[in-house]
Design a protein around this ligand. Structure first.
Ligand SMILES: NC(=O)c1ccc[n+]([C@@H]2O[C@H](COP(=O)([O-])OP(=O)(O)OC[C@H]3O[C@@H](n4cnc5c(N)ncnc54)[C@H](O)[C@@H]3O)[C@@H](O)[C@H]2O)c1
Length: 381
């Protein structure tokens, strides 16, 4: 297609997200007609053999084993952070100070204080930035946003979201180290609140506006686990489960729940919005469908419609196959890169920016405060 400007990417981290991002950078220009073309310049991982193998597999022309070297390189325009949460702030601030564009995985920092520094750094460097809250780019979720913005739901009364997994139920699972850093609060920042609920909160505020107040409960079901790095049995300080009630600024009420102890559920992210005129429901396990109920339908045929989001007039879908054929999880990342490149060409910010994503960290902060205090907490705005 017509891409004529190179965007040289330096990726940090070659795990799960390193793969989704690399796939997206490699495919975006084949499906989207955008001015910029990502060039896979370098990948960084601490282990030399892994970095080299990843570079070979995904087509990066070089690799580094220290992110500082990556950030210092003159032949890189964009630093993409896909490493664990404890690395985000330091890398993002250094990258912004080096004049690089910065993309960062969610949650932005381990806590709102880190995220504030990151937002300030990209803003003072005036460099393009974006956080990978990819669920906004599921076509069915983007359509939900369009329907809400068009006022089809009328006054919103309720927002309901949950994100359920079951992979940490075994008490034998260690915390810390590769793959299990999510169980170590010093690396992750928090448990399911910053990990799973962050997605729910980002989508919720994108669809339904700011959250004003919350009251929460959290639980750590397994109190001690052996640590994969120290080899010792250590206290677990992440939240294994987190549930909260919220009031949105628009007056609607919400419930949010996330856990890694819902036996049988692998990645069940669901959301539902109930308005005076219509309701919508969405489910990640059936991600190409949007359930829609429109009260203005004639009574005899009124009911929930299962919209199959595969047609050319659905968000993003004209770039893919033919009507009726669905796309999947990896496409959300391709959409996000496409939106970033389009924003870059037009000189506009790509959403969510670091500043916008900070709002999610303020909600997570209030959730954890409330779980601790037992009181309703105001969300910083
Ligand atoms: N958007 C999403 O849906 C989504 C999904 C999963 C993870 N995430 C986020 O993505 C980030 C990475 O998660 P993941 O699941 O890919 O983790 P992962 O454990 O699969 O991979 C992390 C990678 O980072 C590397 N790494 C660790 N420290 C490093 C350092 N100092 N320098 C360079 N590389 C380093 C590891 O070796 C590994 O390759 C996290 O912030 C996580 O919250 C987002």
């Amino acid at each position: 297609m017509g891409a004529n400007k190179e965007l040289r990417v330096g990726l940090v981290g070659c795990g799960f997200m390193g793969r989704t991002h690399s796939n997206a950078f490699g495919k975006v220009n084949r499906f989207f007609d955008v001015e910029y073309q990502p060039v896979l310049a370098a990948v960084c991982a601490r282990n030399r053999a892994s970095a080299q193998a990843f570079a070979d597999n995904w087509g990066y022309s070089s690799f580094e084993t220290d992110w500082r070297k990556l950030v210092a390189r003159k032949d890189i325009d964009l630093i993409d952070i896909a490493s664990p949460n404890d690395t985000h702030a330091e890398i993002a601030v250094a990258a912004a100070e080096a004049g690089k564009m910065v993309m960062c995985e969610k949650p932005l920092g381990r806590n709102a204080a880190e995220s504030e520094k990151m937002a300030a750094a990209v803003e003072s460097a005036r460099t393009p930035n974006m956080v990978w809250y990819n669920y906004r780019r599921v076509p069915a979720v983007t359509l939900a946003k369009q329907l809400v913005d068009e006022g089809r739901l009328g006054k919103i009364f309720h927002y309901r979201a949950k994100f359920l997994q079951d992979w940490t139920i075994s008490a034998d699972l260690p915390q810390g180290g590769l793959g299990l850093w999510r169980l170590d609060a010093s690396v992750a920042g928090s448990g399911v609140t910053g990990d799973l609920l962050a997605h729910c909160i980002d989508t919720a505020m994108w669809l339904n506006g700011p959250i004003a107040t919350v009251t929460a409960m959290t639980e750590t079901f397994i109190k001690e686990r052996s640590h994969a790095i120290t080899g010792k049995v250590e206290k677990v300080t992440i939240d294994d489960a987190s549930a909260f009630l919220a009031r949105f600024q628009n007056g609607s009420l919400a419930t949010f729940e996330a856990t890694r102890y819902a036996r049988g559920h692998k990645a069940l992210y669901t959301l539902e919005i109930n308005g005076a005129d219509a309701s919508i429901m969405w489910d990640l396990h059936d991600l190409h469908r949007l359930q829609y109920f429109d009260h203005s339908d004639e009574g005899r045929v009124r009911g929930w419609r299962a919209l199959h989001i595969t047609d050319g007039d659905h968000p993003y879908m004209k770039h893919w196959w033919v009507p009726g054929l669905q796309i999947g999880y990896e496409h959300t990342f391709i959409h996000q890169v496409a939106d970033f490149l389009e924003a870059l060409a037009s000189g506009k910010p790509a959403s969510p920016t670091f500043r916008e994503a900070l709002a999610t960290d303020y909600v997570a902060e209030a959730v954890l405060q409330s779980a601790n205090s037992g009181r309703w907490e105001q969300v910083r705005q």
